[in-house]
Design a protein around this ligand. Structure first.
Ligand code: HEM
Length: 381
């Protein structure tokens, strides 16, 4: 299939997804906010003549999320509102359906309550708004603001678990530069024009979603990995971050080397910083998939890009009817540029994964399973 934007319209009740890994994601994300500072939460000021600050959109997005979550997941979230007669509370446009604006949001199962800033006046209000946003959902967030040249700039974000890119390499860039500096396959030829137009026209009531996937290898020299919601029995010599995030959800050290010394230069030139690891066992390979959404905020007009990341062991996928056949044929369909971008040659996983998928698929074929087998809705394949 040729390269396309791959977007589809998004049912409103699918904007934000929660699952049974909420608590571990929350722990990892809170740790990243504590230890990474502006690498996790960043709000740029005005860039005069080019584009405005992302601050107003940051405060708007946390109000939107709190309104949404308290309705969509009422047993998980509860909110309190500004019921006083202060001018700020009365004039605020943030409350939905004529309600007063939200003051606090509580994640009921975690007994965690957060204050939500009412505007950008107080110090670090916008950063605090994004910190709360990052802690009440499992998604990362990028806020895109239209510049005077009509392009959309990444002016604020809560990027806690990006895996393969860092906030500091992308923040402040317009949409095209974000992708060009990443060597996204066929970007200039196939995507740049349509994405630019799409961003300008995106209507408030027409949110969209798209998916992507790649393979992620965990260093086989680390302790035997296990599904991300369980803690391995033996943990040897792990630093703080590894102990909390031993599946490398937040940053793929096994593929990219240490985050702090990562040299951003696109996937083609990643060679020297590659970490050379022996061929992994299949137990160490994950499908890293993302469900992304785009939505225009009604008041500021900023575009919110959400990125929900899932790490699934290939061995789990191998048991899903039809999935090993579909995944193997998706991998074999990668052209040259996609292979470079997605790291076919990095990490020695290719043969291990294809042999495994082929054997699972042959077993399924022998039992009469079809390529269209169940589970399709769960995986972007
Ligand atoms: C219609 C909207 C968009 C489309 C069609 C799109 C498309 C893509 C594609 C095709 C890739 C390569 C990986 C993949 O297959 O997904 C990619 C990577 C990426 N995109 Fe987008 N994108 C969109 C919006 C955005 C936005 C709003 C941001 C804001 C931060 C963003 C940030 C990135 C980053 C950081 C990467 C990784 C680049 C790297 O490897 O250095 N994208 N995008």
């Amino acid at each position: 299939m040729g390269v396309t934007m791959g977007i589809r319209s998004m049912p409103w009740d699918e904007w934000i997804e929660l699952d049974n890994q909420f608590e571990i994601y929350h722990r990892i994300r809170a740790h990243r906010i504590r230890t990474r500072g502006m690498g996790a939460i960043c709000v740029l000021p005005d860039n005069p003549g080019v584009v405005e600050s992302g601050a107003t959109a940051a405060v708007e997005v946390v109000h939107e999320l709190a309104e949404y979550l308290s309705r969509r997941y009422p047993t998980t979230f509860k909110v309190s509102r500004h019921l006083d007669d202060s001018p700020d509370a009365i004039s605020s446009k943030y409350g939905w359906e004529g309600a007063r604006p939200i003051r606090t949001i509580t994640i009921i199962p975690l007994s965690a309550t957060y204050d939500i800033p009412l505007n950008t006046d107080e110090s670090r209000a916008a950063e605090r708004a994004l910190e709360v946003a990052a802690l009440i959902i499992q998604e990362d967030l990028a806020l895109m603001i239209e510049g005077s040249d009509g392009r959309y700039y990444f002016q604020a974000g809560a990027i806690c678990i990006p895996g393969f890119w860092r906030m500091q390499d992308k923040i402040g860039l317009p949409l095209d530069e974000i992708h060009i500096t990443g060597d996204v396959p066929k970007y200039r030829e196939k995507l740049e024009m349509s994405m630019g137009r799409f961003f300008q026209r995106l209507a408030v009531e027409k949110p969209v979603a798209r998916n992507n996937y790649s393979l992620q290898v965990l260093d086989p020299r680390k302790p035997q990995s296990s599904p991300i919601n369980t803690v391995p029995e033996v943990i040897h010599n792990l630093d703080d971050e590894e102990e909390i995030d031993f599946e490398e959800l937040a940053w793929s050290t096994s593929a990219n080397g240490p985050e702090n010394s990562f040299i951003h230069g696109g996937h083609r030139v990643r060679g020297p910083q590659e970490v050379l690891v022996p061929a992994p066992s299949i137990a160490n390979v994950r499908l890293r998939s993302e469900r992304q959404t785009l939505r225009r905020l009604p008041l500021s007009g900023a575009i919110v890009f959400t990125i929900r990341t899932y790490l699934t062991p290939i061995q789990t996928l191998g048991q899903e009817p039809g999935v090993p056949g579909r995944l193997a044929s998706a991998l074999r369909g990668w052209g040259r540029n996609v292979s470079i971008y997605k790291g076919k040659e990095r990490g020695n996983w290719w043969n291990v994964v294809l042999e495994y998928l082929d054997s699972c698929w042959n077993e399924q074929l022998a039992q009469g399973t079809s390529l269209e087998g169940g589970g399709k809705e769960n995986y972007p394949l």
